[in-house]
Design a protein around this ligand. Structure first.
Ligand SMILES: [Zn+2]
Length: 392
């Protein structure tokens, strides 16, 4: 059975009055996708394989988690049964998230394990769901091995593949899935949405969005995480104090920042421990060690995301300095640091700020090329200090 069908739900505005059942009413900024999945579940018309394609931060992972919950629940994702609760806690043994194990992508061994696993009966629910987080990295032998299973998965198995674009996925894979396109959510829509979801003021919604690089989904998580919020404050305070710091103090500030960087990860680690504790009830030794491996990868990913947020916060502060320089006071996002932004803007040139923004990009790139986080951030802070001190 091939489902060569693309559901294009882009370029549509938020629609008032469309019917979205739980759990899809929790989705961020994708009302049409939510409506589509909600009615598929309600009418028991879900596909055996989906490809969710859309930019980072469009909420694909969130949607995949909600669809998985709806599939393992006997009631379409009621929210209160044991299956739903485990799905929400990310501890359901029949919902598996498959991240690439190798640097280059999925290794054959991983796909063999996956195929073997699809043939085993579900543990708690009547159905099983596999979320494949980087469908664009399925290629070569691993992709070939996977094709047959994807085309005719055992009954009760659903695959949800994620990728940034449909075109980044092999056509042989995409054509076997129902493709659902996620749009990027414009700021003008994301801000009121976050205000409603997080019950926060407009200024806080804008801060959350700027601190997460414009991703409505991550901004929602940001609003829920006290560690993420205090990391932002720490980054801005560090920048604020740069002007009065000597080189030794800049180095100390970097070390302190690194400590704060670890804090959001403690929230993730606590979640992982809970998963392991609950998994211990019924998972085999092999499945437990697979869970541990996947948690390790998840932690690395979250480390990268947290670091990304540090750079987003720095960029948004620098951008604030720029918009002040050109007189657009109302566009300043980090208004809790406005005094410092005004002072910096008054004493710095536009090109100096532009050089700082470039330095942030460079630092981020250096870390991707294995420069240590400490050296990259230290060099960046020295650069910002130099550029903003020059004109004082
Ligand atoms: Zn339920």
């Amino acid at each position: 059975m091939s489902v060569n069908k693309t559901v294009s739900l882009t370029n549509n505005r938020q629609m008032k009055g469309i019917k979205i059942n739980p759990p899809f009413n929790d989705m961020t900024g994708q009302p049409l996708v939510a409506n589509f999945l909600s009615s598929a579940v309600e009418n028991r018309m879900t596909s055996h394989a989906y490809l969710f394609a859309g930019p980072i931060g469009a909420g694909k992972t969130e949607a995949a988690r909600l669809l998985a919950k709806a599939i393992v629940c006997d009631d379409g994702g009621c929210g209160s049964c044991d299956n739903c609760i485990r799905a929400s806690r990310k501890t359901h043994p029949d919902i598996k998230v498959i991240d690439p194990e190798g640097v280059q992508g999925y290794v054959s061994e991983q796909i063999r394990e996956l195929i073997h696993d699809t043939n085993l009966a579900p543990i708690r629910a009547k159905n099983k769901v596999y979320i494949i987080t980087r469908a664009d990295l399925l290629s070569g032998a691993s992709a070939n091995a996977f094709l047959k299973t994807l085309e005719e998965p055992p009954a009760r198995v659903t695959f949800i593949l994620l990728a940034r674009t449909r075109d980044s996925v092999l056509d042989t894979i995409a054509s076997r899935c129902q493709v659902i396109i996620f749009r990027s959510i414009p700021e003008a829509e994301a801000v009121p949405l976050l205000m409603e979801i997080g019950q926060v003021a407009q200024k806080d919604a804008r801060i959350a969005l700027a601190s997460t690089g414009g991703s409505a989904y991550r901004a929602k998580e940001f609003l829920r995480s006290s560690a993420a919020k205090s990391l932002r404050i720490k980054v801005l305070e560090t920048i604020e104090q740069l002007k009065d710091s000597d080189p030794l103090e800049v180095m100390d500030a970097t070390k302190e920042l690194l400590i704060y960087l670890k804090q959001p990860l403690d929230e993730v680690k606590a979640q992982h421990e809970q998963q392991l504790a609950e998994g211990g009830e019924f998972l085999t030794k092999g499945a437990l060690s697979a869970l541990e491996r996947s948690q390790k990868r998840n932690l690395t990913m979250r480390e990268r995301e947290t670091l990304g947020e540090v750079f987003h916060v720095m960029r948004s502060w620098l951008r604030d300095c720029l918009v002040l320089k050109i007189g657009r006071t109302e566009d300043v996002v980090n208004i809790d640091f406005k005094y410092n932004i005004e002072k910096t803007a008054a004493n710095t040139t536009e090109s100096a700020i532009a050089r700082c923004i470039k330095a942030v990009d460079t630092a981020e790139l250096q870390i991707q090329y294995n420069v240590s986080v400490q050296s990259a951030i230290e060099a960046l802070l020295f650069k910002i200090r130099e550029e903003t001190l020059k004109y004082v």
